[in-house]
Design a protein. Structure first.
Length: 131
């Protein structure tokens, strides 16, 4: 389980066990001990909950301490790019999406976000309402 800044509890779709995180280090350790699919689902959950700073903090920690797990994980970079975009950080958001496009030029999500940033900037946040 992960507590976010707004005190929401996020959990993987099918948690294998319950962890109580007592510090940022515990939260990060718990997140990066998950398989990539579950970790990315957690980042999606945080994004849809509007916890963009939590996503950025988690991905910063992933880059710093778990690079071998995240460097080639394109979904990780897309979630990071979306969170940065939502907070108006066009430069870093563009860099995250560029990371994806370099590895997977056919990735339409990353390509369209780079085009959006280039043409419009980060003026209008994405509508991430779940339907």
């Amino acid at each position: 389980l992960i507590w976010t800044e707004s005190s929401q509890i996020l959990q993987p779709r099918q948690p294998k066990d319950v962890r109580v995180a007592t510090s940022t280090k515990d939260i990060s350790s718990a997140l990066y001990s998950l398989p990539a699919e579950e970790r990315n689902q957690m980042l999606v959950n945080m994004t849809y909950a509007g916890e963009y700073k939590a996503v950025i903090n988690a991905t910063n920690d992933g880059i710093k301490n778990y690079r071998d797990l995240v460097w080639d994980d394109l979904d990780f970079w897309i979630h990071r790019g979306i969170a940065l975009f939502q907070l108006g950080n066009c430069a870093e958001s563009g860099a995250a999406f560029y990371h994806v496009v370099v590895e997977a030029p056919e990735n339409k999500m990353a390509s369209s976000m780079i085009a959006k940033i280039t043409n419009e900037g980060c003026k209008t946040p994405l509508n991430l309402s779940q339907q």
